[in-house]
Design a protein around this ligand. Structure first.
Ligand code: GLN
Length: 383
């Protein structure tokens, strides 16, 4: 048996797999891993059927189906008032995960530092280390989970190559404001830092009247790779189709790697998404209101519980403070909740290197039918 020197020693199975498996083993309602329990829009499914029958079964172009890249450019113009060249500034990827991985691999290497803001989505740190670069974890402000600009400024060095940010933010539900983007632009102005902006929840914001995308920020957009995911927008996380937008020179670098990692993405899926993105912009325009109702339902249902909730500003996640129920660690509490109360959640500390000693937070996914949320809330209110 050959021995392997692990490139990711100490890395176990992701929390999403662990908690979803536990939920399934014990028959708990699964509010842990983020995925909806409602259907893909019928028009999108119909379009997929049409394209499956239309013999679209060979490789798509490496950078993405031109129709889909055009549709993405159209959406970017409509929502973020940014003109992008569909041919050279958009690449379709196998989900946001591969876009993030490829971007980090393409831009960072040995000797480089990449800043991530904790709590940070779990794929960033391993991708940075696999690229040979050094992750630098900077905590977001406790409580609000806003960017701590003082700490961010002091973490930056001449070796800082990239900043990974995520808005709306998983797992906290925090959103970055346009003012904060101006502040970030000022901080980065004289540097050579690339921003990798994970905006997979771009259509789920509940307080602001628009999402502050890096694509909409004239100055930051020139140094940014902006990532999104159709899985979130069209309730099809299993399709694993995402994309990245970046200025031409950055995109050329991205594609140097992308062509050898995946080359291209499933052709019929791209055709279906291209049709639907163009024919029904109402779907994503209505998404903030759709998910705001779900967030409000979930928060109201938990009003009678001993959980403490500050309503999420974005994403389809809600944090809950369980200090009144238990002083166990969030991992122990999540396991207990799944096994004993029959509702699975995600412990927040797995996304952090450091945290306040009294932090007792778990994350619930509210992208579920009302009946699922009611059943879960009944169980959560009983403890
Ligand atoms: N992003 C999803 C979440 O935060 C899970 C994705 C995954 O399972 N890898 O729950």
């Amino acid at each position: 048996m050959p021995t392997i020197n692990s490139k990711l020693p100490g890395v176990g199975t992701t929390i999403f797999t662990v908690m979803s498996r536990m939920a399934s083993d014990v028959g708990a309602i699964n509010l842990s891993q983020g995925f909806p329990d409602f259907n893909v829009p019928p028009g999108l499914l119909a379009s997929l059927h049409t394209h499956l029958d239309a013999d679209h079964h060979q490789y798509a172009p490496m950078a993405g189906l031109p129709e889909l890249c055009e549709a993405i450019a159209g959406k970017t113009r409509r929502l973020y008032c940014r003109e992008i060249d569909a041919l050279t500034e958009v690449t379709v990827t196998s989900g946001a995960t591969s876009a993030l991985f490829t971007a980090i691999e393409a831009c960072a290497g040995p000797g480089d530092e990449v800043i991530v803001l904790d709590p940070a989505y779990d794929s960033y740190d391993p991708a940075i280390r696999l690229a040979g670069a050094t992750p630098v974890h900077v905590p977001l402000l406790p409580g609000s989970f806003a960017i701590d600009f003082d700490r961010l400024a002091s973490a930056m060095t001449s070796r800082t190559r990239m900043l990974v940010m995520n808005t709306p933010h998983n797992p906290t539900g925090a959103v970055v404001t346009a003012d904060e983007l101006d502040q970030l632009a000022g901080l980065l102005r004289k540097t050579n830092v690339i921003v990798l902006s994970d905006e997979v929840y771009e259509h789920m914001f509940f307080e602001a009247d628009r999402h502050a995308s890096l694509s909409a920020h004239a100055e930051l957009a020139t140094r940014s790779l902006v990532v999104s995911s159709f899985g979130k927008t069209y309730h099809c996380t299993g399709w694993k189709v995402g994309y990245v937008i970046a200025p031409q020179e950055l995109m050329a670098e991205f594609r140097r790697v992308h062509q050898f990692v995946q080359f291209c993405v499933a052709t019929p899926l791209q055709h279906a998404l291209a049709d639907y993105l163009e024919s029904d912009p109402g779907h994503y325009e209505n998404l903030p209101a759709f998910y705001r109702i779900k967030r409000d339902q979930f928060c109201t249902l938990l009003g009678e519980s001993r959980f403490n909730l500050s309503p999420s500003a974005g994403t389809y996640f809600q944090l809950a403070d369980y200090s009144e129920i238990s002083d166990a660690s969030d991992m122990e509490f999540s396991e207990w909740l799944t096994r004993e109360a029959g509702v699975a959640c995600i412990p927040v500390s797995v996304f952090q290197r450091t945290r306040a000693p009294d932090q007792r937070l778990v994350r619930f996914c509210f992208a579920k039918h009302e009946a699922t949320l009611e059943q879960a809330a009944e169980r959560l209110c009983a403890i």
